[in-house]
Design a protein. Structure first.
Length: 486
């Protein structure tokens, strides 16, 4: 593969700042590309929490004017790597406490269009080598609406880099009113329904969807789904129109953090040769959750944001039937208060069978992956999903609905797939209650056949979800974008 210069543009990058899956990708993919020999620079806003996270102050490279603001570009590195991170630093816009998008009332910052408009104009200057850094990328890789405008701005440049736009969650689109469009001094030409206008409003994400040389999303199946009205959030027509440029690449996972053989958060480390040690984690988990310590009772788990997307209503609906079966269920999550209190009430009612921990707890999430037999993910939509991949690595068999990345990463334990030794979990036939119960019953049956179960667990544990594999797919996407760049 030819070594390329890549400008990776994201609004959040783990571990500097994270609100969602985008940060995980932005913290991992550039690292993997760097290892593969590419010259990757990340660019992100200098949020207050990012600046606080730095051990040493970032080195100021340039200072310039954008709109009516003075903006500096300073440089640091991605912690634990050599990947340079360019920080777009403008205290008036980014030096605020808390969340990058929302104020302390949970409302979008009122100047978000300007905040990300300035960020995008700065990326444009970097992409065109107009900042005096003597570095011009071959590829500009933008992610989600916060960087969508870059692609529209670049489209009118001669000799521009090739562009890729990745959709991590189409539900967020960066839509503002016309006055925001005017404040950003954008060309009137862009105010058109085939460009940035969306039902009389101004859409950042359309910049990416209309103008990128290549568009991708975080699983091949979600790439198909978003071309339908059920999953397209109003963008299905445009995405169908660009279908020849649209593809999907599954996210990798952090295989160092999520490794049952080295995980210090587990009571007992284990691997597929020593599966009996997993039982020690099961015992510890039952104890932690105050459930009867029964070794041969199928232990189900959920770790999730407690929101509708994740099928929590479905889970609540099947609970009365579920508790009649030979299973236990542990839940870790937080989210909608209604779901939190319904789960807590159910755990009091069925205290021998169900135990719930409300909150966000990374240590406990590892212990659950280490101790449970089965992981439930009955999501209604799921661009990629991570836990079904962590679960497989931990030999905790996932039960998933047949959507998005779940469908792409779990091979159903049908008789045929079990025979072929390719099965890694249970894929529900539909995203509904009956299908969830049916899949759980199939798991209960197979669990009664210890040899078959053990074989399923071992095959799940062998799956390769590393970033190296995904990075290779991105390298190919970049080459396609270079070929498509007019
Ligand atoms: P999403 O980004 O839509 O929430 P993903 O499956 O892609 O769903 O990623 C969610 C990540 O957050 C997983 O790593 C999951 O383990 C973690 N997570 C979610 N809720 C909790 C929680 N309450 N405690 C610990 N980790 C959690």
């Amino acid at each position: 593969m030819i070594a390329r210069r890549i400008l990776f543009c994201a609004s959040e990058v783990y571990p500097l700042i994270k609100t969602g899956g985008l940060a995980d990708v932005a913290g991992s993919l550039p690292r993997a590309l760097n290892k593969a020999g590419h010259d990757v620079h990340i660019v992100m806003p200098a949020y207050q929490s990012v600046l606080k996270h730095l051990k040493r102050p970032a080195k100021v490279l340039v200072e310039t004017g954008v709109q009516d603001y003075t903006v500096r570009i300073s440089q640091t590195t991605l912690p634990g790597s050599r990947v340079p991170v360019l920080l777009v630093d403008c205290p008036e816009l980014y030096d605020r406490p808390g969340n990058p998008y929302l104020d302390d009332q949970g409302q979008p910052w009122p100047d978000n269009a300007m905040r990300f408009g300035v960020f995008n104009r700065m990326i444009l200057a970097l992409a065109m080598n107009r900042c005096g850094l003597q570095w011009q990328p071959h590829i500009v890789h933008c992610n989600d609406w916060q960087t969508g405008l870059v692609l529209a701005l670049l489209s009118s440049e001669r000799k521009r880099p090739a562009t890729v736009f990745t959709i991590h969650n189409l539900a967020y689109q960066g839509v503002f009113d016309r006055s925001a469009f005017e404040q950003l001094n954008l060309s009137d030409y862009l105010w058109h329904y085939e460009r940035l206008e969306y039902h009389d409003q101004f859409s950042f994400i359309k910049g990416g969807l209309v103008y990128a040389d290549r568009i991708n999303t975080v699983s091949p199946n979600y790439a198909k789904e978003i071309q339908t009205s059920t999953f397209g959030h109003g963008m299905q027509g445009l995405l169908q129109h660009r279908a020849d440029r649209l593809s999907g690449i599954i996210n990798g996972i952090d295989t160092h953090t999520w490794n049952p053989g080295t995980d210090v958060l587990l009571a007992h480390k284990y691997n597929k040769q020593h599966l009996d040690d997993k039982l020690e984690n099961k015992r510890a988990l039952q104890k932690r959750y105050s459930l009867p310590e029964k070794q041969d009772m199928l232990l189900l788990a959920v770790i999730s944001r407690l929101v509708e997307q994740k099928g929590i209503d479905m889970l609540l609906a099947v609970l009365p039937d579920l508790v009649k079966r030979p299973v236990q269920l542990v839940v870790l999550g937080s989210g909608h208060k209604l779901f939190e209190s319904a789960l807590q009430a159910a755990s009091q009612k069925y205290s021998e069978k169900l135990s719930v921990h409300i909150g966000y707890d990374e240590t406990l999430s590892h212990q659950i992956e280490g101790g449970a037999d089965v992981f439930l993910m009955p999501s209604r939509f799921e661009p990629c999903g991570l836990n079904q991949m962590y679960s497989q690595r931990y030999g905790t068999i996932p039960i998933v609905s047949p959507v998005g990345g779940l469908f792409d990463t779990v091979v159903d334990a049908s008789a045929e797939n079990l025979q072929a030794q390719t099965a890694t979990g249970f894929v529900m036939q539909q995203a509904n209650e009956q299908a969830l119960l049916f899949a759980i019953d199939r798991a209960i049956d197979l669990y009664q056949q210890p040899e078959q179960w053990r074989s399923l667990v071992k095959i799940a544990m062998q799956q390769d979800f590393s970033w190296e594999k995904s990075a290779t797919a991105y390298e190919q996407l970049y080459e396609q974008a270079l070929r498509d760049n007019p």
